[in-house]
Write a protein that binds this ligand. Structure first.
Ligand SMILES: Cc1cc2nc3c(=O)[nH]c(=O)nc-3n(C[C@H](O)[C@H](O)[C@H](O)COP(=O)(O)O)c2cc1C
Length: 198
């Protein structure tokens, strides 16, 4: 049985986010194919995610004990490390990911939990796990150099040891006259197919 962490990062009301429509379809199809797997949904705007404060650094970098799992910040890193698969749903914001998702990654990037330092440099601790990034964008980027959200996620996930990463992007949603419904439908089809193999 696998544990899937469904990480959602969007301020829009339920039912309005195009990223979430595609990601929810992914999750639904995944559930159908893997009824015994556990899906944990983490809606970042409903969590106490904040920018790191000076007093948080000691927790992140200091020694850990049995109580660390209950720490309001460290609990996210432990939860992340315990998952087997990650579904990350977020719109493109200013060429990248929403700040709350970056703030969450700052909680999750903890030495000894998601990666460790060695004499040869840092090494990821989450090898063999897989992730999918589901993103809606107003314009068209593909893998253009100024697209920095998917690239960042792929890089930080690889830093944690996660190499198997898929991206499902729906683009050009804010272009005048765009067939938004059609594009979302196309995204849902792609997501449904990808979920069967995830
Ligand atoms: C704060 C903010 C910043 C955005 N920045 C970009 C951007 O840099 N490039 C882009 O193509 N679209 C940008 N958009 C548009 C969204 O990516 C687009 O509308 C997307 O479909 C939103 O997905 P959602 O429906 O899941 O929220 C931005 C939207 C917001 C609200």
């Amino acid at each position: 049985m696998s544990k899937v962490l469904y990480i959602k990062a969007n301020i829009k009301a339920e039912g309005e986010s195009r990223s979430f429509k595609v990601a929810d379809a992914f999750i639904e199809e995944y559930k159908k194919n893997n009824p015994n797997d556990e899906i944990v949904t983490l809606d970042l705007y409903k969590e106490n995610i904040d920018f790191l404060r000076p007093e948080d650094l000691g927790k992140l970098f200091g020694p850990k004990d049995e109580n660390s799992k209950n720490n309001p910040i460290l609990k996210y890193a432990y939860e992340f490390a315990e998952a087997d698969k990650y579904v990350i749903a977020a719109p493109m914001w200013n060429l990248s990911i929403p700040a709350i998702l970056k703030a969450y990654i700052d909680y999750v990037s903890v030495s000894g939990i998601t990666f460790k330092y060695t004499a040869e440099g840092p090494v990821g601790l989450l090898n063999g796990k897989k992730a999918v990034h589901i993103v809606a964008r107003g314009g068209e980027y593909g893998d253009a150099p100024y697209e920095m959200g998917d690239k960042y996620l792929r890089t930080i996930l690889a830093f944690f040891g996660i190499q198997d990463i898929d991206t499902i992007a729906i683009e050009n949603l804010d272009i005048m006259g765009a067939d938004v419904e059609g594009k979302v439908k196309e995204g849902i089809e792609k997501a449904t197919n990808a979920a069967k193999r995830f």
